[in-house]
Ligand binder design. Structure first.
Ligand code: G3P
Ligand code: CA
Length: 346
């Protein structure tokens, strides 16, 4: 490994304000592909397929732009992401769209559409009235625009970007290359598969059909599939060789031996990996002992746990635990931390 010498690309990775400006100009998949696909490999960054943690762009680049948008995904790619993450939910007419929640008020301008005022309703399992994706056709969803979900983050791009279908999101990734010189991968999450099944939607078929359409249903495709529900992963295990990741919010009742029968890794809350005093809980070692990858979430540079003075210190701490990837809202900070780490190892 050569010693780290900052290049213009490195500086861009650490200059989010500049990149946010570029992101606002990039609104269409075709335009962004032509303008921003990296042309050459960053020789200072170790290859992600050679034992360095993956940078998984959690919902795109929501630290800077509305989540799950073309501009957000493109920004994350320019910032050094290896994978971009779509959370998936259904529309009324059975299309998979990219939203973190099936309620729409947090991340879209649906409340500003008087034509949908009577669509606001209450549903079991959700606190308060809202608008829900399963009550809207795709054509109606396409009239909405994305908004930043976090009050304290920039809202400059609110109202500018459309809601993506899963097929459109895959198209963003296809043909893009990471700063490390590899194809950009996708990391789809099945949101509420049991709930959508109760409404008559077949999550497995809809998702796998889209992956097949893209030619990304085969072993070796740059795809991880994740879920908080083990049922859909157990079922998928018999149908696909794509790597499956079991998301974990709690450690209670977790058996790595059992997870290893149907999944290839775990996606734990980072709080499950270390104590407040900074001691490993042993979860990384336990997962690795069963051949499971460990991809914790969510690394947010603007919501750092108090024990860390800055984002790099947090990333370094978790990299030292031996994790295999990070879900982060700030791909540029993960990239900078990995570059600094590579430079130190020389
Ligand atoms: O999918 C990993 C992580 O994204 C889980 O949290 O709620 O942001 O989907 P969430
Ligand atoms: Ca997710």
């Amino acid at each position: 490994m050569t010693a780290l010498r900052p290049t213009r690309r490195h500086l861009l990775a650490a200059a989010p304000a500049f990149m946010a400006g570029a992101g606002l100009a990039a609104c269409t998949p075709q335009a962004t592909r032509e303008k921003h696909t990296p042309k050459s490999k960053d020789s200072a960054m170790p290859d992600p397929h050679n034992n360095r943690p993956l940078i998984i762009a959690h919902r795109g680049a929501p630290g800077y732009l509305p989540e799950h948008t073309v501009a957000g995904y493109d920004m994350a790619i320019r910032m050094g992401a290896d994978y971009i993450e779509p959370d998936l939910v259904f529309t009324k007419d059975g299309h998979l769209i990219v939203r973190h929640d099936h309620y729409l008020s947090d991340t879209t301008d649906v409340a500003d559409h008087p034509e949908f005022a009577d669509r606001k309703t209450e549903k079991t399992g959700h606190e308060g009235a809202d608008w829900f994706t399963e009550d809207f056709t795709l054509k109606e969803i396409k009239t909405l625009r994305a908004r930043q979900a976090f009050a304290a983050r920039s809202h400059a791009a609110d109202g500018k970007f459309e809601i993506l279908t899963f097929a459109q999101m895959i198209a963003v990734a296809k043909g893009r290359t990471s700063l490390s010189g590899n194809p950009i991968g996708i990391y789809p999450e099945t949101k509420l598969p049991s709930y959508f099944k109760s409404l008559g939607f077949d999550f497995e078929k809809a998702m796998m059909d889209e992956l097949a359409n893209a030619g990304w249903d085969r072993p070796g495709s740059p795809v991880f599939i994740q879920s908080f529900e083990d049922g859909i992963l157990r079922s998928l295990r018999g149908k696909t060789e794509l790597p499956l990741i079991m998301l974990l919010e709690k450690a209670d009742g977790v058996s790595m031996k059992d997870i290893a029968t149907y999944a290839n890794g775990i996606g734990p809350s980072k709080a499950l990996l270390a104590t407040m005093e900074g001691q490993s809980t042993g979860m990384v070692e336990a997962a690795h002992a069963h051949g499971l990858k460990v991809h914790p979430w969510t690394f947010r540079s603007d919501h750092l746990p108090g024990v860390f003075p800055n984002a790099q210190a947090e990333f370094d701490f978790f990299f030292d635990l031996g994790i295999d990837g990070v879900f982060t809202d700030f791909a540029n900070d993960a990239y900078a931390a990995l570059l600094a780490r590579a430079a130190r190892k020389g």
